[in-house]
Design a protein around this ligand. Sequence first.
Ligand code: GLY
Length: 431
Amino acid sequence: MRVLVVGSGGREHALAWRLRRSDSVTELFAAPGNSGTAGLGTNLPIADTDVDGIVAAAAGHAIDLVVVGPETPLALGLADHLAAADIPAFGPSRAAARLESSKSFARSVLDAADVPGPNYRVFQTVSGALSYVDYHDRPVVVKADGLAAGKGVAMCASREDAKIAIRACMEDRIFGTSGETVVIEDWLHGIEVSVFGFTDGENLSELVAATDYKRVGEGDVGPNTGGMGSFGPPDLWNAELAHEIRQRFMLPVIRELAERGCPYRGALYCGLMLTRDGPRVLEFNCRFGDPETQVIMPRLLSDPVEAMLACVNGNLDDAGPVEWSERPAVAVVMVSGGYPGQYQTGYAINGLADDAGDSDSIVFHAGAQLAKDGSGDVVTAGGRVLAVVGLGDRVTEARQRAYHRVQTISFTDAYYRRDIAAMPAVEPVSA
Ligand code: GLY
C-alpha cells in the first residue's frame, strides 16, 4: 500500500515511523513532512492546509490511505474532500472534527451524552462573559471556541486574569474569529491524562493513555508550550479506569455524534482530569496528541494500516483487536532556546545517527529539516525540534534511555526539561 501522512511535526514522524514498519506499506509519502519523514519516504512540498493540493497529490501518487495528523486540515474538511475523490482517509469529517474545532459544539455533545465535566457557560458577548466572572467565585479556564494553534486556553487564577483573557479573545481578537465565542469552565485540579482509541463511528478499539508536560519549566512552571515531553502508560492508568473512560466518556460521545448524523471515524482523543471526585473531561480532540503520539506509536503492536482502514470502512469489530505493549515509553522534547517565545533556527543538529544499535531508543524529528545545501545535514527549523524516546521494562529504565540518548545530541541553544516522567506521583485533589 502507498500511504501519505499529512503534517510536519513529531506526531507525524511517529505515525510515519510506525506505518513504515507495517508489512502492508510499500511506499510512504509525507506532506509536507520533515527531515524525519524524509528518511522514511518522499516528502511532498504541500502545506497541510492546502486541501486541494493534498487531494491532487494523493490522486497523482495513487495513494491507498491518507493519514491526517493535525486538527487544522480536518477542520478544513480534508477527510471529506478525500472521500469525495474515493481516497481512503484516516481522520474524521469536518462535521465530526467540530468536537475539537468548536468548544461550544463539544460541550453540547458532552452534555447530551451525559459525560462528567466541569461547570461551564458559553458567551457570545464580552459584557456577558465579564459579568459572569464578576459573580463567579472560583478560578476559571477561558477557552476560545475555535482552533487557536493550541494557544486558546487561558488558566485564570483571578478575576482579573479571566477578564484579560476574555478581552484578548473577544475585543482584541488575538485568535481572530476563533475567539468570537468563549467557553468559561471551572478550573479543575488533579492529574491530567490523555486517552486515545481508534473508532469507526460505532466501535472503539482498546484504549491507550499517556501524560504530557505542557509547561516549559521543570516542576511545571512557566508558559504553556506545545509539549515538552510525555510518557505512558500514566501512573494511575489501569483496566478499571480504562473501562470507565470507555463506557462513560468515549462511547457515549461516539454514539451521540452518530445520532447527530456525523459519525466520528479516526483517532479519538479524550483529555481528562483525574480529580478526587473521579475523572472529568477537559476536552475531546479529533486526532492523536503531540507529543503523546511519540510514546504511543512505539507501543502499538497491531498493524496500524489494518486498524486505520477498519475505521475508514466502518468494520473495526471485524478487524483483530488493537494491541498495545505494556512496556513504558518516555519522550523528552528538545526545543530551541527561547521557545515558546522568540528563538533562532537553522542550527546544525549533531548526533542524530548515533543510536548505538539500541532499538529501545528512537528520535522523532519535529521542527527539523534537511539543510537546503543538499548535504543531508539536519538543521533546526522550529521551536520543538526533536522528541527523544526511550522504551524500557519500567518507566525508570525508559526514562534513563531517553535521557542517555538526549545527551548524545546537540544543537546551539538546545533546551529540554530534566524532569520528564520523574514528577512525584500526585494524589488527585478535589475538583
Ligand atoms: N498534547 C496535547 C495535544 O496534542 O493537544
